[in-house]
Design a protein around this ligand. Structure first.
Ligand code: ATP
Length: 243
């Protein structure tokens, strides 16, 4: 099967700083992959490279068998690859509606904005009630919901989600994971970056572990928790990288 997403020997970084080294990773249609690792190992950088937000210095990024290396992020969105970035990632000084309009204009094009807005407000009624409020005045959970509404209005084919649970109350995290499980059951593939290991493992089929910008292990999530925890907290467990 052609993977929906494939990173082939990707290296990437920020100016002279190298954060990813020769990373290979693929996600099959409908598959859910957890991308785990300690702080600063390159998970967010990988999520950005996978959605066009940073361009690899070496290697290539493929979507549905098409080389998308260097292609603008909105083209990834239009190919069905959505990115829910780390943090709240909303424009604090714009209203809820303005945030959504701005995002839909990019992902759906000018003509798609009206329908996407209607869909967002019916899917997330709380956001409809907060429509004229400045996003910066929303609670943390509401800001996260606004951030997710921008990408979940139309189920993407692949959602790359970066630490959706960051800084949120456990009950909101459970709601978010409930939404992710629903998306999965509807056929959306997932690449989940997450610090809450047990949540990610419960949702996903496969886990990819990063350390110092390289993949050090990958395998099925079944029975992997102890191993994953050991690898994240004890960097001495050294196996050959898979590519
Ligand atoms: P965390 O779990 O703490 O969010 P991470 O695994 O997602 O970490 P990245 O955010 O990808 O890690 O960062 C990888 C490395 O790249 C880190 O050393 C970080 O300091 C560096 N880095 C990240 N963003 C930038 C940036 N905009 N400019 C320069 N260096 C950066």
């Amino acid at each position: 099967m052609t993977p929906i997403l494939e990173l082939r020997n990707v290296s990437a970084g920020y100016g002279p700083f190298h954060a990813l080294f020769d990373v290979c990773l693929s996600v099959q249609p409908g598959e859910a992959v957890a991308l785990l690792g300690a702080n600063g190992v390159g998970k967010t950088t990988l999520a950005r490279a996978a959605t066009g937000l940073i361009v690899p210095t070496e290697g290539s990024v493929w979507v549905d068998g098409v080389d998308m290396t260097g292609v603008a992020p909105f083209r990834f969105a239009r190919a069905g690859v959505a990115h829910a970035p780390e943090g709240r990632s909303v424009f604090a000084t714009l209203t809820v509606e303005e945030n959504l309009r701005l995002s839909f204009r990019q992902s759906k094009g000018r003509r798609g904005v009206g329908a996407a807005l209607d869909q967002a407000f019916s899917q997330f009624p709380l956001l409809a009630r907060r429509r004229p409020m400045l996003a910066g005045n929303l609670s943390g959970g509401e800001q996260r919901m606004l951030s997710m509404a921008r990408v979940l209005v139309e189920a993407p084919r692949l959602l790359v989600a970066d630490e959706l649970s960051l800084g949120l109350a456990p009950i909101i995290v459970d709601e978010i994971y409930h939404d992710l499980a629903r998306l999965r059951s509807e056929g959306t593939a997932l690449l989940i970056v997450e610090q809450r290991i047990s949540h990610a493992l419960a949702l996903c089929d496969r886990v990819v572990l990063l350390e110092h910008g390289t993949v050090i292990w990958e395998g099925p999530t079944d029975g992997a928790e102890a191993r994953v925890v050991a690898k994240i907290f004890d960097h001495s467990a050294g196996e050959e990288p898979p590519c």
